[in-house]
Design a binder for this molecule. Structure first.
Ligand code: HXC
Length: 257
């Protein structure tokens, strides 16, 4: 598969997608989003890949949805295009996805990072939902995932008043996992992804599903869901291997089954 708006690489068991519209600060047009969803789904199907990293470049992770592509659209056209439904394909990905963020991470770009499971940020990262300045509002999770991540007070300021967060603020408010120097953010994200990709794949997959469930359900149902997945893992060879290896004081060898 050849892509025009993204670059795809593998680093051992990690699949890497680089958003690649640098002249437009990686603005997310429909072609880029289609290619991104297709590439991520391909990594999700590939047994040799254990986790995925999405990145932009040093200046911008992504400065938002492509304003020029949607500026003249009517409401009915927006509804018929329904570009945001592509985002549901990212949501269905079972392998962990890490966003490696440097520079501008705005609007749909911030929502894309929030749709990932973890965020590694460079010191230069700036997170914001500036849609309000365009006479609109977030449309791909900025009012929902952001609020769950940083809480009501900060989310309201970002969404209603276009406040940007520095990388350190984003760390303090729980939006990102870690902040590292600009030279190291991608390497650090790939390293984290490699560590996760080296773990028992079925357990990783179900654990991701269970954490996501916490945002969707009551505590009682969530605990029940978690317990069933926990018991289910005792049907895997990797559970037997993992516990045997602990007892025998050696490193486990995961089979992914
Ligand atoms: C289209 C964009 C863009 C965007 C930047 N560019 N952001 N094009 N859509 N979201 C283009 C500019 O037009 C310009 O192209 C080039 O990228 C460089 O940008 P500059 O503005 O010249 O750079 P700078 O002065 O450094 O300012 C950087 C910036 C600013 C502060 C990030 O570009 C900016 O405010 N961008 C828009 C941010 C935004 O409002 N995002 C939310 C979008 S709405 P030319 O051809 O002029 O050189 C959204 C809704 C999501 O995301 C809904 C769900 C998907």
């Amino acid at each position: 598969m050849t892509y025009e708006s993204i670059l795809v690489e593998t680093h051992d068991r990690v699949g890497l997608v680089r958003l690649n519209r640098p002249q437009q600060l990686n603005a997310l047009n429909s072609q880029l989003m289609e290619e991104l969803a297709t590439a991520i789904e391909a990594f999700d199907r590939e047994p040799a890949i254990g986790s995925i990293v999405i990145t932009g470049d040093e200046r911008a992770f992504a400065a938002g949805a492509d304003i020029k592509e949607m500026a003249a659209a009517s409401a009915v056209e927006m509804l018929q295009r329904d570009n945001i439904s592509r985002w549901d394909r990212l949501r269905r990905v079972r392998k962990p996805i890490i966003a490696a963020v440097s520079g501008y991470c705005l609007g749909g770009g911030c929502e894309l990072a929030l749709a990932c499971d973890m965020i590694v940020a460079s010191e230069s990262a700036r997170f914001g939902q500036p849609e309000i300045n365009l006479g609109v509002m977030p449309g791909a999770g900025g009012t929902q995932r952001l609020t769950r991540a940083v809480g009501k007070a900060v989310a309201m300021e970002m969404v209603l008043n276009g406040r940007f967060l520095t990388a350190d603020e984003a760390l303090r408010y729980g939006l990102v996992n870690r902040v590292v120097p600009v030279e190291a953010y991608l390497e650090e994200a790939i390293k984290l992804a490699q560590e996760i990709a080296a773990r028992a794949p079925v357990a990783v997959r179900l654990a991701k599903e269970a954490v996501h469930k916490a945002f969707e359900t009551s505590l009682t149902d969530g605990l029940e869901f978690e317990r069933r997945l926990f018991y289910f893992l005792f049907a895997t060879e990797d559970q037997k291997e993992g516990m045997r290896a602990f007892i025998e004081k050696r490193k486990p060898e995961w089979k992914g089954r």
